[in-house]
Design a protein. Structure first.
Length: 458
């Protein structure tokens, strides 16, 4: 993070935006230079958004420092247990997950000095005795285990590598990104050409071996704030959580404000309306229902196609640059020096566009804030100050009349079970002879009226 401020601007406003836009549940930061007093002030400021836990350097608060940020919209911020293993260098938290499960995360910022780095892993091993075993260890390791993770390739001191390997083996943790990408070259720290154009993957996430099969979407991305490191991220789930699909497709909101797209969609609807009016006689192959069904398919296909064309040009440029960079650094026909220079140049371009994208999002939010805050009927102020706790997920539903009891864990099938249950409620205690009773009442209205009066008197 390289400190809290850049050019007099507080980076924590940008951190708030990053965890919101990228939907990050737990964010671990290093070199935060954040004191306990400053953390308290930030927790008060962002009380509805995030919970900040920090471990400052006790002797030099404006140096080093590690911080864990919990997104209150996505993760449980209550009943968190914290262990400050090495002040300013290693902070561990146990965060409630779901049911009776919890997730223990160790955020580290290892020393750069080789001797201190090797000793650091020994101290971590000692400090973990009698404490929960971490499920995840992540942060800036300031060393690599394999020459593959440096450009130009070279091995780190054996002592540091061995001490880290011993720690991870004893904890049964593995390098998650490397496990998912065994032959890919990618780096999290890059120097400019003027600095020497060296690159390394010193920022890593280690996971419990049992957790790796429940991870996906591993990414190394460039954040839109002033930093010389890239951000490593992963989506971690649990085997007992229900299967949740992508949900129903809807037209993106931003397309509804696009006049060109709306004109095309309106014309499709108008054409379908004319087709329906021209039907003289309904047939199995020519009817309003089929025309409407085709209209829905055409609307979806058109919206997807136009949405791609109208997508953010900055995102397209970043994706193309990242794809180009990956091809170049993984090209065995290029020299090491050529790959170094290519990676440095492309990384600078990606960083520039990432900063522009980030600032553009901030400008749009500021404009929305200014417009909406002036409208008394918008409900903007009520939403701004409202707590947004994470939604409770229905983990499973009992399958009716199953013996022994069986449970459904797919969200779509759970929805069908709920639908069937509520449909049965509608027919529960229904009079099966309803039609007969109606006919008798209509045939003898005076008797029915007398019966109703007696019933009311009772």
């Amino acid at each position: 993070m390289r400190g809290r401020f850049h050019n007099g601007i507080d980076k924590w406003m940008h951190i708030n935006q990053i965890i919101r836009n990228d939907k990050i549940g737990i964010l671990c930061l290093q070199e935060t230079h954040l004191t306990a007093t400053a953390a308290t002030e930030l927790n008060d400021r962002f009380s509805n958004r995030m919970h900040i836990i920090t471990s400052p350097n006790p002797t030099h608060p404006n140096a080093n420092g590690v911080t864990i940020v919990v997104n209150k919209n996505l993760a449980n911020s209550a009943n968190i247990i914290t262990h400050n293993l090495i002040p300013g260098r290693a902070l561990m938290t146990t965060i409630p997950w779901h049911r009776d499960k919890s997730l223990t995360v160790l955020n580290i910022y290892a020393p750069n000095n080789h001797q201190e780095n090797a000793r650091f892993w020994e101290i971590i091993n000692d400090e973990l005795r009698g404490k929960p075993t971490p499920d995840v260890i992540l942060g800036d390791f300031n060393m690599v285990e394999d020459a593959l993770d440096r450009l130009p390739p070279h091995c780190d001191p054996t002592t540091s590598v061995e001490k880290l390997a011993e720690l991870m083996t004893s904890l049964q943790l593995v390098d998650g990104w490397r496990t998912a990408n065994p032959d890919t070259l990618q780096y999290t720290y890059s120097q400019t050409i003027r600095q020497g154009a060296s690159h390394s993957r010193i920022d890593r996430i280690y996971l419990n071996k049992d957790c790796t099969q429940f991870t996906n979407d591993w990414k190394i991305t460039t954040p839109g704030i002033h930093t010389d490191h890239q951000m490593v991220s992963v989506y971690l789930t649990d085997a007992t959580l229900p299967y949740i699909g992508k949900g129903r497709w809807v037209i993106p909101t931003h397309l509804l404000k696009n006049k060109k797209v709306m004109q095309i969609l309106t014309e499709l609807c108008y054409e379908a309306e004319i087709e329906m009016k021209e039907i003289k006689e309904r047939t199995p192959t020519n009817n309003a229902q089929l025309i409407f069904n085709n209209l829905m398919k055409n609307l979806k296909a058109t919206a997807i196609d136009e949405g791609y064309k109208a997508s953010n040009n900055i995102d397209i440029k970043i994706r193309k640059l990242e794809s180009r960079r990956l091809r170049k650094i993984n090209n065995p026909n290029k020299t090491v020096e050529a790959r170094q220079i290519s990676n440095s140049l492309l990384q600078e371009k990606i960083k520039t566009w990432a900063n522009i994208k980030h600032q553009k999002a901030r400008d749009n939010l500021a404009a929305k804030y200014r417009i909406e805050s002036e409208r008394a009927s918008s409900g903007f102020w009520a939403k701004t100050g409202k707590d947004r706790p994470p939604r409770d997920t229905i983990l499973e539903l009992l399958i009716p009349e199953s013996n022994p009891p069986q449970y459904e864990r797919r969200s779509d099938k759970m929805a069908n079970l709920a639908k069937e249950y509520h449909n049965l409620l509608q027919s529960k205690d229904r009079n099966e002879n309803n039609n007969t009773d109606v006919e008798e009442a209509l045939a003898h209205p005076s008797q029915y009226k007398a019966f109703q009066m007696e019933k009311q008197q009772e």
